[in-house]
Design a protein around this ligand. Sequence first.
Ligand code: UT7
Length: 330
Amino acid sequence: MTKLRAAITAVGHHVPEKVMTNVELEKLVDTNDEWIRTRTGISERRILEHGATSDLAVPAVQMLLKNRGITADEIDAIIFATVTPDMFFPATACVLQQKIGAKKAFGFDISAACSGFVYAISVGTQLVETGAYKKVLVVGADKMSSILDYTDRNTCILFGDGAGAVLLEPITDGVHGVIDHKLYSDGSGGDFLYMKGGGSLNPPSHETIEKKLHYIFQDGKSVFKVAVMGMADVSAEILQRNNLTGADVDWLVPHQANLRIIDATADRMGLDKSKVMININKYGNTTAATIPLCLSEWWHEGKVKKGQNLILASFGAGYTWGAVYVKWAY
Ligand code: UT7
């Protein structure tokens, strides 16, 4: 019998209108456009002025539904990857369900930081592969501006707000769909990238606010070293276990944290830069949204085609990292 797989059958994305350039950041912290561009590849990022993470996701999902020609009440499940949920609970997946009118769907959030989307697609794939669910919506969205300290030049220059979504549906042609996925975590990385305030460890108080515990902290240099290794290693591993070489890959869809990490991963895979999706220059690091934002933008530009081999790869807080091999189905 041909294996039941999950295929990506529609994509959508959304970024808020307000652009924050590197030059604007020069007015807030001791930085400069040249440093940010050469060290990270970022020129500007988008900022959501009003609303929450679910408000970024709604238009992304509406774009996806329009592309697929279905209504929200046909969705069976919503998996929402984010580290900036609207609230601790209920899950942002439930908030989104209500906002889009996905009446029969169940939903839950995944917290795996910058690897959130890769984790969510792996989980969603397996929901479809069991045969139990036919339309699984996988969303990656973050309002990173809500947890950034705009007096900390180590972090505020890096991140932006955005959302992307894909629909997973069953496919039985034995060729297309999500072919393989591999995930990793290493909790010892928790000391280098975190937000310590607001949870049960440090419930919100005057003290947690004074100590700036409700903002992201990152030891960039330490994270950089392991991110380069982790993303390159897992990408090489997914190629190897599927008997692929760089020549077989049509698109690398990397998490957009730093252009230098992306370049190192592409080099390790033996990939020409023309095969790498890069939009970090426009959006910065949108955490769970980076990969679906790329997928949707490139698909809308007609550059992603049926039968192409895509490798999605990420590295983020936790540490968490992983890769997904997709043979594009439509
Ligand atoms: O997405 C989740 C995972 N996260 C990542 O993958 C991010 C990984 N880390 C990085 O991308 C990089 O480490 C950063 C972009 C965060 C920093 O780049 P770097 O090349 O590692 O810079 P650095 O931290 O080693 O800093 C180099 C210099 C320092 O000055 P000194 O000590 O050499 O005098 C910093 O103080 O650059 C200085 N610096 C800045 N200068 C201007 C740090 N931030 C800034 C800034 N503007 N914004």
